[in-house]
Design a binder for this molecule. Sequence first.
Ligand code: NAD
Length: 493
Amino acid sequence: MKLNTKNLSQLPERVQRPLYDRKQVKQGIVHIGVGGFHRAHQAIYTEMLLNRGKASEWGICGVGLRSEDRAMQEALASQDYLYTLYELGDSDNSQIQVVGVLGDFLLAEDGSEALIRKLADPETRIVSLTITEGGYCTDDSSGQFNADLPQIRHDLANPQQPKTVFGFLTEALARRRAAGVKPFTVMSCDNLPHNGQVARNALLSFAKLRDVGLHDWIASNVSFPNAMVDRITPMTSDAHRSQLLEETGIEDAWPVVAEPFLQWVVEDNFCNGRPSWEEVGVQFTDDVTPYEEMKIRLLNGSHMAMAYLGALLGHRYAHEAMQDAQLLEFVRAYMDRDVTPLLAEVPGIDLENYKDTLIERFSNTAICDQISRLCSDGSSKLPKFVLPSLLGQIEAGVDMRRTTLILAAWCHYLRGLDERGATYPILDPRAASLQETAGLKERLVESFLGLEDVFGHKIPASATCVATFRLQLGRLQELGVRATLELTMAEEV
Ligand code: NAD
Protein backbone atom coordinates (compact mmCIF):
# COMPACT_ATOMS: atom_id res chain seq x y z
CA MET A 1 0.00 0.00 0.00
CA LYS A 2 1.46 3.32 -1.10
CA LEU A 3 2.01 5.68 1.80
CA ASN A 4 -0.19 8.79 1.46
CA THR A 5 -2.95 10.66 3.28
CA LYS A 6 -5.70 8.64 1.64
CA ASN A 7 -4.24 5.34 2.86
CA LEU A 8 -3.48 6.44 6.42
CA SER A 9 -6.62 4.81 7.82
CA GLN A 10 -5.63 1.47 6.31
CA LEU A 11 -2.26 1.17 8.02
CA PRO A 12 -1.85 -1.96 10.11
CA GLU A 13 -2.73 -1.46 13.76
CA ARG A 14 0.82 -1.77 15.05
CA VAL A 15 1.91 1.24 13.00
CA GLN A 16 1.49 4.54 14.83
CA ARG A 17 0.07 7.38 12.76
CA PRO A 18 -0.50 11.13 13.20
CA LEU A 19 -3.21 11.66 15.81
CA TYR A 20 -3.86 15.27 14.83
CA ASP A 21 -5.31 17.20 11.90
CA ARG A 22 -2.32 17.95 9.67
CA LYS A 23 -4.23 20.73 7.91
CA GLN A 24 -4.38 22.72 11.14
CA VAL A 25 -0.62 22.70 11.67
CA LYS A 26 1.29 25.93 10.90
CA GLN A 27 4.94 25.77 9.86
CA GLY A 28 6.86 27.55 12.60
CA ILE A 29 10.06 25.65 11.76
CA VAL A 30 11.97 25.64 8.49
CA HIS A 31 14.55 22.88 8.40
CA ILE A 32 17.50 22.99 5.99
CA GLY A 33 19.04 19.60 5.14
CA VAL A 34 16.25 17.04 5.27
CA GLY A 35 18.33 13.89 5.38
CA GLY A 36 17.82 10.87 7.56
CA PHE A 37 18.86 12.39 10.85
CA HIS A 38 16.44 15.30 11.00
CA ARG A 39 13.54 12.99 10.17
CA ALA A 40 14.56 10.54 12.93
CA HIS A 41 15.33 13.11 15.62
CA GLN A 42 14.07 16.71 15.78
CA ALA A 43 11.02 15.93 13.65
CA ILE A 44 10.11 13.02 15.95
CA TYR A 45 10.24 15.12 19.11
CA THR A 46 7.91 17.64 17.47
CA GLU A 47 5.65 14.85 16.18
CA MET A 48 5.36 13.53 19.75
CA LEU A 49 4.05 16.93 20.84
CA LEU A 50 1.61 17.13 17.94
CA ASN A 51 0.33 13.68 18.85
CA ARG A 52 -0.41 15.06 22.31
CA GLY A 53 -2.46 17.87 20.83
CA LYS A 54 0.31 20.47 21.34
CA ALA A 55 2.70 22.53 19.20
CA SER A 56 0.27 23.13 16.35
CA GLU A 57 2.23 26.26 15.35
CA TRP A 58 5.48 24.27 15.08
CA GLY A 59 5.06 22.11 11.99
CA ILE A 60 8.10 21.81 9.72
CA CYS A 61 8.78 22.95 6.18
CA GLY A 62 11.77 21.09 4.75
CA VAL A 63 14.34 22.81 2.56
CA GLY A 64 17.00 21.42 0.24
CA LEU A 65 19.79 23.69 -1.00
CA ARG A 66 21.49 21.09 -3.17
CA SER A 67 20.43 19.39 -6.36
CA GLU A 68 20.90 16.01 -4.63
CA ASP A 69 17.92 16.91 -2.40
CA ARG A 70 15.50 16.66 -5.31
CA ALA A 71 15.22 12.88 -4.97
CA MET A 72 14.14 13.14 -1.33
CA GLN A 73 11.79 16.06 -2.11
CA GLU A 74 10.10 14.14 -4.92
CA ALA A 75 9.84 10.96 -2.86
CA LEU A 76 8.21 12.80 0.03
CA ALA A 77 5.95 14.99 -2.15
CA SER A 78 4.62 11.83 -3.82
CA GLN A 79 3.36 10.66 -0.42
CA ASP A 80 1.98 13.99 0.91
CA TYR A 81 5.24 14.50 2.89
CA LEU A 82 4.39 11.54 5.11
CA TYR A 83 7.19 9.13 5.90
CA THR A 84 7.79 6.13 8.10
CA LEU A 85 10.19 6.03 11.03
CA TYR A 86 11.33 2.44 11.11
CA GLU A 87 13.06 1.74 14.42
CA LEU A 88 15.39 -1.23 14.38
CA GLY A 89 16.78 -2.62 17.60
CA ASP A 90 17.85 -5.97 18.94
CA SER A 91 14.88 -6.15 21.33
CA ASP A 92 11.36 -6.60 19.99
CA ASN A 93 9.90 -3.34 21.31
CA SER A 94 10.94 -1.29 18.28
CA GLN A 95 8.29 1.00 16.90
CA ILE A 96 7.07 1.78 13.44
CA GLN A 97 5.53 5.18 13.05
CA VAL A 98 4.15 7.22 10.18
CA VAL A 99 5.15 10.82 10.75
CA GLY A 100 3.12 13.86 9.63
CA VAL A 101 5.03 16.85 10.98
CA LEU A 102 6.64 17.70 7.64
CA GLY A 103 4.10 19.81 5.73
CA ASP A 104 6.07 21.00 2.71
CA PHE A 105 9.51 20.80 1.12
CA LEU A 106 11.09 23.62 -0.88
CA LEU A 107 14.10 23.29 -3.13
CA ALA A 108 16.37 26.29 -3.61
CA GLU A 109 16.81 25.23 -7.23
CA ASP A 110 13.10 25.69 -7.86
CA GLY A 111 13.26 29.38 -6.95
CA SER A 112 15.36 31.21 -4.43
CA GLU A 113 12.73 33.93 -4.01
CA ALA A 114 10.08 31.50 -2.73
CA LEU A 115 12.54 30.16 -0.21
CA ILE A 116 13.65 33.61 0.97
CA ARG A 117 9.99 34.58 1.42
CA LYS A 118 9.33 31.47 3.47
CA LEU A 119 12.29 32.25 5.71
CA ALA A 120 11.24 35.91 6.00
CA ASP A 121 7.61 35.01 6.82
CA PRO A 122 6.77 35.99 10.44
CA GLU A 123 5.25 32.49 10.87
CA THR A 124 8.79 31.03 10.60
CA ARG A 125 10.26 31.27 14.10
CA ILE A 126 13.02 28.66 14.10
CA VAL A 127 15.36 27.73 11.26
CA SER A 128 17.09 24.48 12.06
CA LEU A 129 20.04 22.94 10.25
CA THR A 130 21.56 19.55 9.56
CA ILE A 131 23.92 20.52 6.78
CA THR A 132 26.75 18.13 7.85
CA GLU A 133 29.93 18.88 9.75
CA GLY A 134 31.57 20.42 6.70
CA GLY A 135 28.62 22.68 5.87
CA TYR A 136 29.69 25.59 8.08
CA CYS A 137 32.66 26.65 5.89
CA THR A 138 34.77 27.06 9.01
CA ASP A 139 38.43 26.21 9.52
CA ASP A 140 38.58 23.77 12.43
CA SER A 141 41.90 24.84 13.84
CA SER A 142 41.47 28.62 13.60
CA GLY A 143 37.66 28.77 13.88
CA GLN A 144 37.71 31.26 10.97
CA PHE A 145 34.90 31.40 8.41
CA ASN A 146 36.24 30.73 4.93
CA ALA A 147 34.93 33.68 2.95
CA ASP A 148 37.06 32.85 -0.09
CA LEU A 149 35.03 29.83 -1.14
CA PRO A 150 33.50 30.37 -4.59
CA GLN A 151 29.94 29.74 -3.37
CA ILE A 152 30.36 32.31 -0.57
CA ARG A 153 31.74 34.86 -3.03
CA HIS A 154 28.77 34.12 -5.28
CA ASP A 155 26.30 34.80 -2.47
CA LEU A 156 27.97 38.06 -1.49
CA ALA A 157 27.78 39.22 -5.10
CA ASN A 158 24.19 38.01 -5.60
CA PRO A 159 22.28 38.54 -2.36
CA GLN A 160 18.88 37.99 -4.02
CA GLN A 161 19.89 34.68 -5.62
CA PRO A 162 21.91 32.95 -2.95
CA LYS A 163 23.05 29.34 -3.01
CA THR A 164 24.41 28.73 0.47
CA VAL A 165 22.72 28.58 3.81
CA PHE A 166 24.49 31.78 4.84
CA GLY A 167 23.25 33.69 1.80
CA PHE A 168 19.65 32.57 2.36
CA LEU A 169 19.58 33.24 6.10
CA THR A 170 21.22 36.65 5.76
CA GLU A 171 18.86 37.83 3.03
CA ALA A 172 15.81 36.59 4.97
CA LEU A 173 17.03 38.28 8.16
CA ALA A 174 17.68 41.51 6.22
CA ARG A 175 14.07 41.47 5.03
CA ARG A 176 12.75 40.71 8.52
CA ARG A 177 14.76 43.57 9.95
CA ALA A 178 13.52 45.99 7.26
CA ALA A 179 9.91 44.93 7.88
CA GLY A 180 10.19 45.13 11.67
CA VAL A 181 9.64 41.37 12.04
CA LYS A 182 11.34 39.51 14.89
CA PRO A 183 14.17 37.24 13.73
CA PHE A 184 14.12 33.47 13.91
CA THR A 185 16.35 31.29 16.06
CA VAL A 186 19.07 29.49 14.11
CA MET A 187 19.35 26.01 15.59
CA SER A 188 22.17 23.77 14.42
CA CYS A 189 21.61 20.05 14.96
CA ASP A 190 24.90 18.99 13.40
CA ASN A 191 27.55 17.02 15.25
CA LEU A 192 29.92 19.87 15.95
CA PRO A 193 31.42 20.96 19.21
CA HIS A 194 29.57 24.22 20.06
CA ASN A 195 27.40 23.90 16.99
CA GLY A 196 25.40 27.02 17.86
CA GLN A 197 28.54 29.11 18.24
CA VAL A 198 29.98 27.78 14.99
CA ALA A 199 26.73 28.63 13.18
CA ARG A 200 26.72 32.09 14.78
CA ASN A 201 30.31 32.84 13.89
CA ALA A 202 29.80 31.71 10.28
CA LEU A 203 26.58 33.66 9.78
CA LEU A 204 27.94 36.80 11.42
CA SER A 205 31.17 36.62 9.40
CA PHE A 206 29.13 36.38 6.22
CA ALA A 207 26.71 39.16 7.24
CA LYS A 208 29.58 41.49 8.13
CA LEU A 209 30.95 41.22 4.61
CA ARG A 210 27.55 42.20 3.32
CA ASP A 211 26.30 44.92 5.68
CA VAL A 212 27.77 45.92 9.05
CA GLY A 213 24.42 47.26 10.33
CA LEU A 214 22.75 43.96 9.55
CA HIS A 215 25.63 42.11 11.22
CA ASP A 216 25.11 44.15 14.41
CA TRP A 217 21.34 43.52 14.35
CA ILE A 218 21.84 39.77 13.95
CA ALA A 219 24.48 39.76 16.70
CA SER A 220 22.08 41.43 19.11
CA ASN A 221 18.81 39.75 18.16
CA VAL A 222 19.29 36.25 16.75
CA SER A 223 19.90 33.33 19.09
CA PHE A 224 21.97 30.25 18.23
CA PRO A 225 21.46 27.57 20.88
CA ASN A 226 24.17 24.95 21.24
CA ALA A 227 22.86 21.39 21.22
CA MET A 228 23.99 17.82 21.70
CA VAL A 229 22.05 15.55 19.36
CA ASP A 230 22.07 11.77 19.34
CA ARG A 231 20.39 8.99 17.44
CA ILE A 232 22.22 6.59 15.15
CA THR A 233 20.54 6.96 11.78
CA PRO A 234 22.03 4.92 8.93
CA MET A 235 21.41 5.60 5.26
CA THR A 236 18.13 4.06 4.16
CA SER A 237 18.90 1.09 1.92
CA ASP A 238 16.70 -0.82 -0.51
CA ALA A 239 16.90 -3.73 1.94
CA HIS A 240 15.35 -1.47 4.62
CA ARG A 241 12.57 -0.47 2.19
CA SER A 242 11.75 -4.07 1.32
CA GLN A 243 11.90 -5.14 4.96
CA LEU A 244 9.38 -2.44 5.86
CA LEU A 245 7.11 -3.44 3.00
CA GLU A 246 7.27 -7.08 4.00
CA GLU A 247 6.63 -6.36 7.66
CA THR A 248 3.83 -3.81 7.32
CA GLY A 249 2.68 -3.65 3.71
CA ILE A 250 3.77 0.01 3.61
CA GLU A 251 5.32 1.15 0.35
CA ASP A 252 7.38 4.14 1.43
CA ALA A 253 9.70 5.67 -1.15
CA TRP A 254 12.07 6.93 1.56
CA PRO A 255 11.46 5.69 5.10
CA VAL A 256 13.97 6.65 7.75
CA VAL A 257 15.66 3.90 9.74
CA ALA A 258 17.00 4.55 13.23
CA GLU A 259 17.96 2.88 16.47
CA PRO A 260 15.42 3.09 19.32
CA PHE A 261 17.70 5.36 21.42
CA LEU A 262 17.39 9.13 21.07
CA GLN A 263 18.71 12.07 23.04
CA TRP A 264 18.78 15.84 22.70
CA VAL A 265 20.29 18.32 25.15
CA VAL A 266 19.77 21.95 24.12
CA GLU A 267 20.53 25.37 25.52
CA ASP A 268 17.34 27.20 26.28
CA ASN A 269 18.17 30.17 24.10
CA PHE A 270 15.38 30.82 21.57
CA CYS A 271 14.70 34.40 20.48
CA ASN A 272 11.25 33.80 19.02
CA GLY A 273 9.66 31.00 21.04
CA ARG A 274 10.00 27.22 20.79
CA PRO A 275 7.92 24.06 21.14
CA SER A 276 7.67 22.68 24.67
CA TRP A 277 10.08 19.87 23.73
CA GLU A 278 10.89 19.30 27.43
CA GLU A 279 7.50 17.53 27.69
CA VAL A 280 8.74 14.78 25.38
CA GLY A 281 12.17 14.14 26.85
CA VAL A 282 14.39 16.94 25.55
CA GLN A 283 16.76 18.21 28.23
CA PHE A 284 17.19 21.99 28.39
CA THR A 285 20.31 23.31 30.06
CA ASP A 286 22.40 26.48 30.44
CA ASP A 287 25.58 24.77 29.33
CA VAL A 288 25.67 21.97 26.81
CA THR A 289 29.49 21.75 26.71
CA PRO A 290 30.05 18.69 28.95
CA TYR A 291 27.28 16.74 27.16
CA GLU A 292 28.49 17.53 23.67
CA GLU A 293 32.13 16.80 24.52
CA MET A 294 31.13 13.47 26.01
CA LYS A 295 28.95 12.54 23.05
CA ILE A 296 31.16 13.77 20.24
CA ARG A 297 34.42 12.42 21.65
CA LEU A 298 33.05 9.10 22.91
CA LEU A 299 30.35 8.21 20.39
CA ASN A 300 31.53 9.93 17.21
CA GLY A 301 35.20 9.50 18.13
CA SER A 302 34.68 5.75 18.66
CA HIS A 303 32.89 5.55 15.35
CA MET A 304 36.11 6.88 13.81
CA ALA A 305 38.12 4.36 15.82
CA MET A 306 36.13 1.46 14.40
CA ALA A 307 35.40 2.82 10.93
CA TYR A 308 38.76 3.05 9.14
CA LEU A 309 40.33 0.00 10.76
CA GLY A 310 37.05 -1.87 10.22
CA ALA A 311 36.90 -0.85 6.55
CA LEU A 312 40.51 -1.97 6.02
CA LEU A 313 39.62 -5.35 7.49
CA GLY A 314 36.71 -5.61 5.06
CA HIS A 315 33.86 -5.09 7.54
CA ARG A 316 30.77 -3.48 6.04
CA TYR A 317 28.57 -2.80 9.08
CA ALA A 318 29.20 -1.40 12.55
CA HIS A 319 27.90 -4.52 14.27
CA GLU A 320 30.38 -6.67 12.32
CA ALA A 321 33.18 -4.46 13.61
CA MET A 322 31.86 -4.88 17.16
CA GLN A 323 31.74 -8.67 16.72
CA ASP A 324 35.44 -8.55 15.89
CA ALA A 325 37.05 -9.06 19.32
CA GLN A 326 40.22 -7.16 18.41
CA LEU A 327 38.35 -4.09 17.23
CA LEU A 328 35.97 -4.18 20.16
CA GLU A 329 38.91 -4.24 22.56
CA PHE A 330 40.57 -1.37 20.72
CA VAL A 331 37.44 0.79 20.69
CA ARG A 332 36.77 0.24 24.38
CA ALA A 333 40.40 0.98 25.26
CA TYR A 334 40.21 4.18 23.21
CA MET A 335 37.09 5.23 25.11
CA ASP A 336 38.48 4.33 28.53
CA ARG A 337 42.13 5.32 28.31
CA ASP A 338 42.26 8.07 25.71
CA VAL A 339 38.95 9.93 25.80
CA THR A 340 37.57 9.53 29.31
CA PRO A 341 40.56 10.91 31.27
CA LEU A 342 40.25 14.21 29.37
CA LEU A 343 36.49 14.66 29.85
CA ALA A 344 34.99 16.99 32.43
CA GLU A 345 32.38 15.61 34.76
CA VAL A 346 29.01 15.39 33.03
CA PRO A 347 26.07 16.27 35.30
CA GLY A 348 23.75 13.32 35.86
CA ILE A 349 25.71 10.89 33.66
CA ASP A 350 27.58 7.78 34.79
CA LEU A 351 30.31 7.57 32.15
CA GLU A 352 30.96 3.84 32.63
CA ASN A 353 27.31 3.13 32.01
CA TYR A 354 27.27 5.57 29.07
CA LYS A 355 30.17 3.71 27.41
CA ASP A 356 28.56 0.32 28.00
CA THR A 357 25.43 1.63 26.31
CA LEU A 358 27.49 2.92 23.37
CA ILE A 359 29.01 -0.51 22.79
CA GLU A 360 25.54 -2.03 22.94
CA ARG A 361 24.23 0.56 20.46
CA PHE A 362 27.16 0.02 18.07
CA SER A 363 26.50 -3.73 18.27
CA ASN A 364 22.85 -3.40 17.12
CA THR A 365 22.56 -6.11 14.47
CA ALA A 366 19.09 -5.08 13.27
CA ILE A 367 19.99 -1.63 12.04
CA CYS A 368 22.93 -2.46 9.74
CA ASP A 369 24.70 0.87 10.11
CA GLN A 370 27.11 1.22 7.21
CA ILE A 371 30.86 1.49 7.87
CA SER A 372 31.02 3.48 4.61
CA ARG A 373 28.69 6.09 6.16
CA LEU A 374 30.91 6.33 9.23
CA CYS A 375 34.02 6.65 7.04
CA SER A 376 32.58 9.45 4.89
CA ASP A 377 33.77 13.06 5.19
CA GLY A 378 36.76 12.13 7.35
CA SER A 379 38.40 15.48 6.64
CA SER A 380 35.51 17.25 8.36
CA LYS A 381 34.75 14.66 11.03
CA LEU A 382 38.21 13.83 12.41
CA PRO A 383 38.99 17.44 13.40
CA LYS A 384 35.79 17.54 15.44
CA PHE A 385 35.56 13.99 16.77
CA VAL A 386 39.16 12.85 17.36
CA LEU A 387 41.62 15.74 17.17
CA PRO A 388 40.33 17.47 20.35
CA SER A 389 41.27 14.29 22.26
CA LEU A 390 44.65 14.10 20.54
CA LEU A 391 45.40 17.75 21.26
CA GLY A 392 44.50 17.12 24.91
CA GLN A 393 46.93 14.20 24.95
CA ILE A 394 49.71 16.27 23.38
CA GLU A 395 49.19 18.92 26.02
CA ALA A 396 49.09 16.38 28.84
CA GLY A 397 52.17 14.58 27.47
CA VAL A 398 50.51 11.17 27.60
CA ASP A 399 50.63 8.12 25.35
CA MET A 400 48.84 8.59 22.05
CA ARG A 401 49.36 5.30 20.27
CA ARG A 402 45.69 4.47 19.91
CA THR A 403 44.65 7.98 18.89
CA THR A 404 47.37 8.28 16.25
CA LEU A 405 46.44 4.81 15.01
CA ILE A 406 42.97 6.17 14.12
CA LEU A 407 44.62 8.88 11.99
CA ALA A 408 47.08 6.43 10.47
CA ALA A 409 44.19 4.11 9.62
CA TRP A 410 42.43 7.00 7.86
CA CYS A 411 45.60 7.75 5.85
CA HIS A 412 45.93 4.08 4.88
CA TYR A 413 42.19 3.80 4.14
CA LEU A 414 42.46 6.72 1.68
CA ARG A 415 44.25 4.38 -0.76
CA GLY A 416 40.77 2.95 -1.44
CA LEU A 417 41.83 -0.69 -1.03
CA ASP A 418 41.02 -3.03 1.84
CA GLU A 419 43.10 -5.95 3.07
CA ARG A 420 40.95 -8.42 1.18
CA GLY A 421 41.80 -6.65 -2.06
CA ALA A 422 38.41 -4.98 -2.53
CA THR A 423 38.24 -1.35 -3.61
CA TYR A 424 35.83 1.30 -2.32
CA PRO A 425 35.14 4.96 -3.13
CA ILE A 426 36.34 7.72 -0.82
CA LEU A 427 33.31 9.80 0.10
CA ASP A 428 34.74 13.19 0.98
CA PRO A 429 34.52 16.54 -0.82
CA ARG A 430 38.34 16.69 -0.60
CA ALA A 431 38.82 13.10 -1.76
CA ALA A 432 41.05 13.85 -4.75
CA SER A 433 43.66 15.90 -2.91
CA LEU A 434 43.56 13.66 0.16
CA GLN A 435 44.17 10.60 -1.94
CA GLU A 436 46.99 12.30 -3.76
CA THR A 437 48.71 13.09 -0.45
CA ALA A 438 47.99 9.67 1.07
CA GLY A 439 49.53 8.07 -2.03
CA LEU A 440 52.89 9.86 -1.77
CA LYS A 441 55.89 7.59 -1.70
CA GLU A 442 58.16 10.13 -0.07
CA ARG A 443 57.67 12.38 2.92
CA LEU A 444 54.19 10.94 3.35
CA VAL A 445 54.01 11.51 7.11
CA GLU A 446 55.13 15.15 6.90
CA SER A 447 52.85 15.89 3.93
CA PHE A 448 49.84 14.16 5.42
CA LEU A 449 50.06 15.69 8.90
CA GLY A 450 50.94 18.94 7.14
CA LEU A 451 47.40 19.17 5.73
CA GLU A 452 46.76 22.31 7.70
CA ASP A 453 43.03 22.57 7.08
CA VAL A 454 42.63 19.13 8.69
CA PHE A 455 45.36 18.91 11.33
CA GLY A 456 46.08 22.58 12.11
CA HIS A 457 49.53 23.58 13.49
CA LYS A 458 49.87 21.85 16.82
CA ILE A 459 49.75 18.26 15.64
CA PRO A 460 52.58 18.45 13.07
CA ALA A 461 54.54 20.55 15.57
CA SER A 462 54.52 17.79 18.20
CA ALA A 463 57.57 15.61 17.57
CA THR A 464 56.14 12.80 19.73
CA CYS A 465 52.83 12.87 17.93
CA VAL A 466 54.51 12.78 14.51
CA ALA A 467 56.80 9.93 15.58
CA THR A 468 53.90 7.89 16.98
CA PHE A 469 51.85 8.45 13.85
CA ARG A 470 54.85 7.38 11.74
CA LEU A 471 55.24 4.23 13.82
CA GLN A 472 51.57 3.30 13.51
CA LEU A 473 51.33 4.07 9.81
CA GLY A 474 54.48 2.04 9.15
CA ARG A 475 52.99 -0.91 11.02
CA LEU A 476 49.75 -0.72 9.07
CA GLN A 477 51.67 -0.60 5.80
CA GLU A 478 54.08 -3.39 6.63
CA LEU A 479 52.23 -5.68 9.02
CA GLY A 480 48.56 -4.96 8.37
CA VAL A 481 45.69 -4.10 10.71
CA ARG A 482 45.59 -7.21 12.87
CA ALA A 483 49.28 -7.25 13.77
CA THR A 484 49.22 -3.49 14.38
CA LEU A 485 46.29 -3.85 16.75
CA GLU A 486 47.99 -6.72 18.50
CA LEU A 487 51.20 -4.75 19.02
CA THR A 488 49.36 -1.63 20.08
CA MET A 489 47.22 -3.42 22.62
CA ALA A 490 50.16 -5.45 23.94
CA GLU A 491 52.22 -2.36 24.70
CA GLU A 492 49.36 -0.50 26.38
CA VAL A 493 50.43 1.97 29.02
P1 NAD B 1 22.12 12.79 4.99
O1 NAD B 1 23.22 12.54 4.06
O2 NAD B 1 20.93 11.91 5.01
O3 NAD B 1 21.60 14.30 4.78
C1 NAD B 1 22.47 15.38 4.72
C2 NAD B 1 21.68 16.61 4.33
O4 NAD B 1 22.55 17.74 4.44
C3 NAD B 1 21.17 16.58 2.90
O5 NAD B 1 19.89 17.13 2.87
C4 NAD B 1 22.18 17.49 2.17
O6 NAD B 1 21.65 18.12 1.05
C5 NAD B 1 22.46 18.50 3.25
N1 NAD B 1 23.73 19.19 3.06
C6 NAD B 1 24.97 18.63 3.00
N2 NAD B 1 25.89 19.61 2.85
C7 NAD B 1 25.22 20.79 2.80
C8 NAD B 1 25.60 22.14 2.65
N3 NAD B 1 26.88 22.50 2.53
N4 NAD B 1 24.63 23.09 2.67
C9 NAD B 1 23.33 22.76 2.80
N5 NAD B 1 22.91 21.49 2.93
C10 NAD B 1 23.84 20.53 2.94
O7 NAD B 1 22.79 12.82 6.44
P2 NAD B 1 22.09 12.72 7.85
O8 NAD B 1 22.19 11.32 8.34
O9 NAD B 1 20.77 13.38 7.81
O10 NAD B 1 23.10 13.56 8.73
C11 NAD B 1 23.19 14.97 8.57
C12 NAD B 1 23.95 15.52 9.75
O11 NAD B 1 23.22 15.29 10.93
C13 NAD B 1 25.31 14.85 10.00
O12 NAD B 1 26.31 15.37 9.20
C14 NAD B 1 25.51 15.12 11.46
O13 NAD B 1 26.12 16.37 11.66
C15 NAD B 1 24.10 15.14 12.02
N6 NAD B 1 23.83 13.88 12.75
C16 NAD B 1 23.64 12.70 12.08
C17 NAD B 1 23.44 11.54 12.80
C18 NAD B 1 23.25 10.22 12.11
O14 NAD B 1 23.34 9.17 12.81
N7 NAD B 1 22.97 10.15 10.83
C19 NAD B 1 23.45 11.58 14.21
C20 NAD B 1 23.64 12.80 14.85
C21 NAD B 1 23.84 13.94 14.10
